[in-house]
Write a protein that binds this ligand. Structure first.
Ligand code: IMP
Length: 424
């Protein structure tokens, strides 16, 4: 961590890499923690002082007094869900208003955006994206088509602007023949959320962050989702609608590329994906079920079963390239403790063609594997690198060599203490 720089902490596959725990270990070092993309589609589980919190829109530095947390302009925010999340933290005794600033440029998710999310998914039939249903796609679409409402709009003539946009949405829903919805209760809560949000500092966060950087303060940009869900570089159209990559840190916070310091790329010792879309390493057998059970791979937002597979070097190399990852963090090594053999996807194959470069369309490609021996040892009690079983140490070495990037942190269990910083 360098003073005056923004370090990025990014999930580099399909999200759910376990950023919550890492952010929790990282935040004490930083002056500012900022979210730059996504919204309540994310769900970071954080255990703080024995209590479990699921953060969706609020950055993970919120538990530390004296730290500024920012919801940046690249985010989308649902006032009702924000209120629920924030009130839970307030009830636990955290004073939010002194620690959390929200960008006036962040876009608002309306109740009708959520209805539109469902309507668009229904209209897609078999090619559904499997969204989280939080209205993410419709909100970002309207940001791009310049018809959305921003947090700053809450400060002037809001009711009028809201009514106009809602009427527009109702017309679209009518045109789609999607009329069987009732947002009465939801809208009431949403309006309460707007009132509640107005009591927070709604600011020009890009100016604040740059001021902090000039003062030599350190900023952690906390990613959401993952590189393969990025709107440009993910498995389009089975992606989320924001820039989840390092480039998104610049646009989503208003910081210049040269202010980026370290880029931490988080991945798991295996792969998971929620929702629809190509996933060449997916296991449909009992091995996949075993990984899901041991790794508790169920969605934090929707509770859906996560699809599971072996680690994917094609995706990881692509993500390292796109993000400029400087250090890798490998999570959940312990989930593979009982496997005799560990498989690593080294290439994709389709119709006799083999590639190690991420194809334009990953549909129909099959994984080509290299097998390495399992370590067959319980890793969860390990506290330092020197205690790694030889097969685990050589699995890490193999990944580092292939990925040409150091793995500087290895996690072997959910607890903070089960985080091993390597001697790099
Ligand atoms: P949306 O972001 O709700 O539009 O969903 C688009 C796709 O991204 C779906 O496949 C979701 O399952 C996936 N997705 C969105 N947020 C997350 C996340 O935080 N973790 C994993 N997958 C996500």
């Amino acid at each position: 961590m360098k003073k005056g720089k923004v370090d990025a902490l990014l999930g580099i596959v399909f999200g759910d890499e376990g950023k919550g725990k890492v952010v929790d270990c990282f935040t004490p070092q930083y002056d500012v923690v900022a979210r730059f993309a996504g919204g309540p589609n994310a769900g970071h589980t954080i255990i703080f002082e024995g209590k479990k919190f699921v953060l969706r829109s609020i950055p993970s530095g919120i538990f530390d007094e004296g730290k500024l947390n920012i919801i940046g302009n690249g985010c989308v925010i649902a006032p009702d869900l924000f209120m629920a999340e924030a009130k839970e933290l307030e009830a636990a005794g955290y004073d939010l208003r002194s620690r959390l600033h929200i960008s006036k440029r962040a876009h608002l998710i309306l109740p009708t955006h959520r209805v539109l999310d469902r309507a668009y998914e229904a209209a897609k039939g078999k090619s559904k994206v499997g969204t989280t249903g939080k209205g993410i796609g419709p909100t970002y679409s309207e940001k791009a088509s310049r018809t959305g409402l921003r947090v700053g709009d809450m400060l002037e003539n809001f009711d009028q602007k809201y009514a106009a946009l809602k009427a527009r949405h109702e017309q679209i829903l009518k045109d789609l023949n999607y009329t069987d919805y009732d947002i009465t209760d939801e809208e009431k809560l949403w309006m309460e959320g707007v009132e509640y949000m107005r009591t927070f500092p709604l600011t020009d966060t890009e100016i604040e962050i740059n001021k902090y950087l000039r003062e030599g303060k350190s900023v952690l940009a906390e990613g959401a989702q993952g590189t393969m869900l990025d709107i440009d570089h993910g498995t389009y159209p089975f992606v989320s609608s924001s820039s989840t990559i390092c480039g998104g840190v610049c646009t989503g916070l208003g910081v210049a590329p040269l202010s980026i310091g370290e880029v931490f790329g988080i991945f798991k010792a295996y792969s998971t994906r929620v929702g629809a879309g190509p996933f060449p390493v997916e296991l449909f057998d009992e091995t996949g079920d075993k990984i899901r059970d041991i790794g508790h791979e169920y969605g934090a937002v929707t509770g859906r079963n996560r699809r599971c597979g072996w680690v994917d070097l094609v995706a990881l190399k692509y993500a390292i390239m796109i993000n400029g990852v400087t250090q890798l963090i490998m999570m959940k090594g312990d989930v593979l403790d009982t496997f005799d053999t560990i498989r690593v996807c080294v290439a994709y194959e389709k119709d006799g063609v083999t590639t190690t470069d991420m194809p334009y369309d990953t549909e129909g490609w099959k994984a080509v594997y290299k097998d390495v021996p399992g370590w067959k040892t319980d890793l969860t009690g390990i506290t330092k690198e020197e205690e790694f079983p030889a097969a685990f140490a050589s699995y890490i070495k193999y990944l580092e060599t292939e990925l040409e990037t150091p793995i500087t942190i290895v996690s072997v269990g959910p607890d903070r203490a089960q985080t091993i910083v390597r001697n790099k």
